[in-house]
Design a binder for this molecule. Structure first.
Ligand code: ARG
Length: 463
C-alpha cells in the first residue's frame, strides 16, 4: 500500500506517512471545510489574545491576522486548494498560513490544540444555526398568524381520530401551530443560552501552562464566559445534541402540518388550495396537482431525527476527553440544519400562498353531526337533564337524523319531541355551527373572540 512521507504537523515522532486507507478514513476536510469562517475567526481571537498576554509578539500576531484574512478571502472566492493529506480544516488553514507568512504561522498553535479548536469552531457554527432557526421560526409564526387572522371566525370541522368531532374555527386551528412553533422557538433560545460558553483555551484536555486569558477569547467570540472544565470543554457535544433535539421536535411539528395540508388539498377535502409555486404536476395524469413540498417537509423528520439518534450513539460510551469518534459529529448536524432550514422556509412560503376555501370548510363543519355535543349540552342547560341522559337522548336523535339521511338541524321539532317531549324550538339555536363555535368561550377555546385575543397576544410578543 502507498506510504507517504511523514506528516509535517507531527512528523517528529513518525518515520513513515499514513497508509492511503488511513488517510481516507481519517480525513474530514471533505465536510469540515464548512467550518472555514469559524476556524479563521477562532484563530484570530486566539492570536490576538496570545499577543495581549505577551505569549507571542504583536508583530507576529499582526502577520498572522493578515495571513488569516487572505486565507478567508481565498476560501470565499473558491481559490483555496483543500488537501486530503492535510486531514482537516484546521491543518489545511495552518499549512496555507505557513506558506503565506512563514515562521510566525508556527506560533499560532501555542497554548491550543485541535481539540479545543474544533470544539470552538463547531460551537460557533451551531450557534449560527440556532440563530437562523429562531429567525426561520419567527417567519413561520408570522405566516400562521396571518392565516389565523384572515379566518379567525371561519368554521371548519374539528377532528379527533380524523373523525368529525366538533366545529372549530380556522383561526383556532392555525393558532395551534403558532403555539407549537413558539415552543420550538423557545427551545432553540434555551439551547443557545446554555451553549454560549467558550471551549477555547482548554487546549488538548488539561488546560495550558501558558498565561492565557480565556475570558478575552470568550468575549471576542461572543460567548458569555469560558467553559469551566477543560476536560468537558473538549469533549462536550451537548450543544449539537440540544440543537438536534430541538430540530427533531420542530421537524415533527412541520411534519404534522404537512400531513394536514396533504389531506386538506386532496380532491376529497378541498379545504385548501396550495399555490402553483409549491405544487407539481404529473407527467402522465394531466389533472394532477401534487403537494410535493408538503410531502417532502413531512419526510424531513426522518433524516433530522436520524441525525439526533446518530450523534447520541456516537457520543454514548465515550470516555473523557476527546476521541476521534467525535469527528463523526459534523456531517449529521450539517445535513439536519440544511434540511430544517429549507423545510421551515418552504412551509412559511406555502402558508403564505395558501388559500383556505371558506365555503367548503363551513359545509364540512356542519356535516357529520358535529353539533351533537352542543345539543347534549343544551339538554343539560335548558331541561336540566343529567349529562349522561342528555348524551343518550342526543344519540337517539343522531340515529334518527342518520335514518332520515339529514343533519341534526334538519329534524323537525316534532321529530325532536318524539325522542324527548320537553325539547323546545330554542334548540335550533345551538345546532348552527356559528353558534357552536361562538359558545366555546372557555380560555383557549375556539370562539372567534378567544382566537382573536390569542392572535393579539402573539403579535405583541413577536413585535
Ligand atoms: N478533525 C478533527 C475533528 O473533527 C479535529 C480534532 C482532531 N484532534 C485530534 N486530537 N486528532 O474532531
Amino acid at each position: 500500500m502507498a506510504q507517504k512521507s511523514s506528516n509535517a504537523m507531527w512528523g517528529g515522532r513518525f518515520a513513515a506517512g499514513p497508509d492511503a486507507l488511513m488517510e481516507a478514513i481519517n480525513a474530514s476536510i471533505g465536510f469540515d471545510q464548512r467550518l472555514s469562517a469559524q476556524d479563521v475567526t477562532g484563530s484570530r481571537a486566539h492570536a490576538a489574545m496570545l499577543a495581549a498576554q505577551g505569549i507571542i509578539s504583536s508583530k507576529d500576531a499582526e502577520t498572522i491576522r493578515e495571513g488569516l484574512l487572505t486565507i478567508l478571502s481565498e476560501i470565499e472566492s473558491g481559490t483555496f486548494e483543500f488537501s486530503t493529506a492535510l486531514e482537516d480544516i484546521h491543518m489545511n488553514i495552518e499549512a496555507r498560513l505557513k506558506t503565506l507568512i512563514g515562521e510566525p504561522a508556527g506560533r499560532l498553535h501555542t497554548a491550543r490544540s485541535r481539540n479545543d479548536q474544533v470544539a470552538t469552531d463547531f460551537r460557533l457554527w451551531v450557534r449560527d444555526q440556532m440563530d437562523a432557526a429562531i429567525e426561520g421560526l419567527q417567519a413561520l409564526i408570522r405566516a400562521a398568524l396571518t392565516q389565523a387572522e384572515a379566518g379567525a371566525d371561519w368554521v371548519m370541522p374539528g377532528f379527533t381520530h380524523l373523525q368529525t368531532a366538533q366545529p372549530v374555527t380556522w383561526g383556532h386551528h392555525m393558532m395551534a401551530y403558532v403555539e407549537m412553533f413558539a415552543r420550538d422557538l423557545s427551545r432553540f433560545q434555551d439551547a443557545r443560552t446554555r451553549m454560549n460558553e467558550c471551549p477555547l483555551g482548554a487546549a488538548a484536555l488539561a488546560g495550558t501552562s501558558f498565561p492565557i486569558d480565556r475570558h478575552m477569547t470568550a468575549e471576542a467570540l461572543g460567548f458569555d464566559r469560558p467553559m469551566a472544565n477543560s476536560l468537558d470543554a473538549v469533549s462536550d457535544r451537548d450543544f449539537a445534541l440540544d440543537y438536534l433535539a430541538a430540530a427533531s421536535i420542530c421537524a415533527m411539528h412541520l411534519s404534522r402540518l404537512s400531513e394536514e395540508l396533504v389531506i386538506w388539498s386532496s380532491a376529497q377535502f378541498r379545504f385548501v388550495t396550495l399555490s402553483d409555486r409549491f405544487s407539481t404536476g404529473s407527467s402522465i395524469m394531466p389533472q394532477k396537482k401534487n403537494p410535493d413540498a408538503a410531502e417532502l417537509i413531512r419526510a424531513k423528520i426522518g433524516r433530522i431525527m436520524g441525525a439526533n439518534v446518530a450523534l447520541l450513539t456516537v457520543m454514548k460510551g465515550l470516555p473523557l476527553a476527546y476521541s476521534k469518534d467525535m469527528q463523526e459529529d459534523k456531517e449529521q448536524v450539517f445535513d439536519a440544519a440544511d434540511n430544517l432550514m429549507i423545510a421551515m422556509a418552504a412551509m412559511a412560503g406555502m402558508l403564505g400562498d395558501m388559500s383556505a376555501n371558506r365555503e367548503i370548510l363551513e359545509r364540512a363543519a356542519a356535516s357529520g353531526f358535529s353539533t351533537a355535543t352542543d345539543l347534549a349540552d343544551w339538554l343539560v342547560r335548558a331541561l336540566n337533564l343529567p349529562f349522561r341522559e342528555a348524551h343518550h337522548v342526543t344519540g337517539a336523535l343522531v340515529k334518527l337524523a342518520e335514518d332520515r339521511g339529514c343533519d341534526l338541524s334538519d329534524l323537525s321539532l316534532a321529530d325532536m319531541q318524539s325522542v324527548q317531549p320537553n325539547i323546545t324550538a330554542e334548540v335550533f339555536d345551538v345546532l348552527g355551527v356559528h353558534n357552536s363555535v361562538a359558545s366555546r368561550q372557555s380560555y383557549g377555546g375556539t370562539a372567534p373572540n378567544q382566537v382573536r385575543a390569542q392572535i393579539a397576544r402573539w403579535k405583541e410578543r413577536l413585535a
